[in-house]
Design a protein. Structure first.
Length: 176
């Protein structure tokens, strides 16, 4: 079976997950035809990716959805088996990750077959923490701002080795 692994990564988190999937799938009987960032539309790399029987497609979370370039690519995966993966700055709530993957899924054609999906938390840029600190400075008793700072600090460790192993194992199972 042929497969491709493609990702849109803004801060490097989703690329880490994609690379872990590439390494895990190298130990299978599948044949890789593409691995890397979302290629340019109409390029030879995009054609190679679209020739795969299974596509592992991942993105950072952009306002609850995937990167627009990945969304455009997902729409072209007619008849493909697709495994979705991603990273999000907020974590700890599996239902949040499910909602994000459900949003990613809306970009797939009706005849694409979702064969799995997984997400994990990812670290955020320092500018995000500065915005949260400014919110807290204006409203020192704001429990929401306090929780956002705590989440930012917790996210600094992600994706962890356990996150990567869990998602890679789910991807390997989806190829079987």
């Amino acid at each position: 079976m042929t497969y491709a692994v493609v990702w849109a990564s803004r801060g490097g988190n989703t690329e880490q997950v994609g690379e872990a999937i590439v390494q895990a799938l190298a130990k299978t009987n599948g044949e890789p035809v593409f691995a890397g960032s979302v290629p340019a539309a109409g390029s030879a790399e995009e054609e190679a990716l679209r020739s795969a029987g299974t596509v592992f497609a991942g993105s950072w979370t952009d306002k609850g959805d995937c990167d627009p370039a990945l969304a455009a690519l997902l729409a072209k995966l007619d008849g493909k088996r697709v495994f979705l993966f991603g990273t999000a700055g907020f974590g700890g709530d599996p239902s949040y990750f499910t909602r994000i993957l459900d949003n990613f899924k809306t970009h797939l054609p009706e005849n694409a077959r979702l064969v799995g999906g997984a997400m994990c938390q990812g670290k955020m840029g320092a500018g995000v923490r500065k915005r949260y600190e400014a919110m807290l400075a204006e409203h020192p008793d704001d429990a929401r701002a306090q929780a956002m700072i705590a989440n930012f600090d917790a996210a600094l460790a992600h994706p962890t080795a356990d996150d990567l192993a869990r998602i890679a194992a789910a991807a390997r199972e989806a190829l079987a």
